[in-house]
Design a protein. Structure first.
Ligand code: GDP
Ligand code: MG
Length: 442
């Protein structure tokens, strides 16, 4: 996992103000490996590393996170940017109807399935009246396949006429769309096993008669490096407007997405995430970036932490912790911070490898209400009790429980947790102080 690796690289430079060139270059070696493992094509990796290195060198390290986390964040931001930035660009269907969407790609890439998914999507999300037509006369049952999918998706398909050639089918589909006032016409073209001249000639002929508003290249994300070659050949031959990346539900690590974007220069508009017709999603650069780096949502956790934790608070707390003075006021501050950051579930959900911890928390009945209860319990104590929990005898505990609407056992549980945290902190102090905590996040 990249975050672990970078944590290692940056262990030695805790406490320094800015990211130095040598350290950044060393970290980039790890980033490079992570990208290659995610199946990003080599030229794309190089360009990416150059861009990130330039951005990272000399950046100040936020005080609330470690340099390793900071680099992960820079890497992540750049990845998101290269994958298309925030928000997806959607389809450009604002033309005189019917807006023609042409699907192109190799055989087996998922064109026919994606055609039906997209038609269903446009119908359900945008209320479009869509017609689908299969121009695949290569494979015997291809047109029948689209018809069956159309029935499942409740989207019309052009009636099949045996023996008709692709360009003629396209013409007939256009005519039918005009006559029956369809908003969108989706053309599912034939693929080949390899890119060849006949395939390209056919696609171009179809494009000439149908004047498509969108030409979407359908690529199988699992083919990794190969997908790049495919994208390259197609984008040199037909005027692509976007990409659909299928089989993102497989174990592809998303590297194809980065390469695709780089090679075609066109946005990835949708991701196929399964065989079912509802398994189509607007492409989400942030999610894919996280997947490429294989780091859960560490980055957003880092961002939230940086935004939420006031530096002064953190520093004062650090001093108190190191002196062994962590009292219930400090605990309360921590609980409130946790709440601001989205509660226990969010915390557990974001850290990699924390799934188990989350399950354990849920199993123990510990949820976000518990955070609020704890806050109420501490709120019902006197200032003296908060500073010195040892004062809390049975009688005082009963008062606090009554005051906070909880049970004495809840008060006890809180005190026990505080004690355990105190013990853990002594441990951390032995390991090299609070900054050592950063390692837990990396
Ligand atoms: P075409 O030859 O390009 O038209 O490809 P098809 O649409 O016929 O798809 C080939 C196979 O891939 C079919 O079995 C589909 O169910 C499957 N498939 C398509 N898209 C996805 C996807 O996003 N995820 C998964 N798991 N399977 C997909
Ligand atoms: Mg097909």
């Amino acid at each position: 996992n990249l975050s672990d690796r970078l944590g290692g690289v940056f262990d030695r430079l805790r406490g320094r103000g800015a990211l130095g060139e040598a350290d950044v270059r060393e970290a980039m070696r790890e980033v490079r490996i992570a990208l290659l493992e995610a199946d990003v094509a080599l030229p794309v990796v190089r360009r990416f590393i150059d861009a990130v290195t330039e951005k990272a060198i000399g950046q100040d390290v936020l005080r609330s996170i470690t340099p390793g986390q900071q680099v992960v964040k820079i890497v992540n931001d750049e990845l998101v940017e290269m994958l298309g930035g925030q928000g997806h660009e959607g389809l450009e269907l604002d033309v005189k109807p019917p807006a023609v969407v042409m699907m192109v790609g190799l055989q087996g890439s998922g064109k026919t399935t994606s055609t039906a998914k997209l038609a269903r999507y446009l119908k359900q999300k945008h209320g479009k009246k869509a017609l689908m037509a299969s121009l695949d006369v290569q494979r015997p049952a291809a047109q029948e396949q689209l018809k069956v999918l159309g029935e499942q998706a409740e989207v019309a398909t052009l009636p099949i006429i045996e023996g008709q050639q692709p360009v003629d089918i396209a013409r007939r589909a256009l005519e039918a769309s005009r006559l029956q006032s369809f908003d969108v016409l989706l053309l599912d073209t034939a693929g080949r096993l390899h890119v060849d001249e006949a395939l390209m000639a056919e696609m171009n002929a179809v494009a000439r008669v149908s004047n498509p508003a969108e030409v979407l290249l359908v690529v199988d994300a699992l083919t990794g490096q190969d997908a790049v070659n495919v994208a390259q050949s197609f984008s040199g031959e037909v005027p692509l407007t976007g990409v659909i990346l299928t089989r993102m539900d497989g174990d592809a690590r998303g590297g194809a997405a980065l390469s695709m974007r780089h090679v075609t220069g066109k946005p990835i508009k949708f991701a196929g995430t399964g065989e079912k017709l509802d398994a189509l999603e607007a492409f989400d650069p942030e999610r894919v970036a996280g997947r490429i780096l294989g780091m859960g949502d560490v980055v957003s956790l880092v961002e939230k932490a940086a935004a939420t934790i006031k530096e002064e608070d953190a520093e004062a707390l650090a001093k108190r912790m190191e002196k062994g003075q962590f009292d219930l006021n400090d605990l309360r501050m921590q609980l409130q911070q946790m709440n601001r950051m989205g509660g226990l579930g969010m915390l557990a959900g974001m850290l990699p490898g924390m799934k188990k911890a989350k399950a354990a928390l849920q199993g123990s009945g510990m949820d976000d209400r518990v955070l609020l209860h704890m806050d109420a319990i501490i709120g019902s104590m006197t200032a003296k009790e908060r500073a010195n929990p040892a004062l809390l005898n049975a009688k005082r505990k009963r008062r606090v429980a009554a005051g906070s609407g909880t049970q004495v056992q809840d008060v006890n549980r809180l005190l026990k947790m505080h004690q355990e945290m105190g013990r853990a902190m002594k441990q951390i102090k032995k390991m090299g102080g609070l900054k050592g905590l950063g390692a837990l996040f990396g």
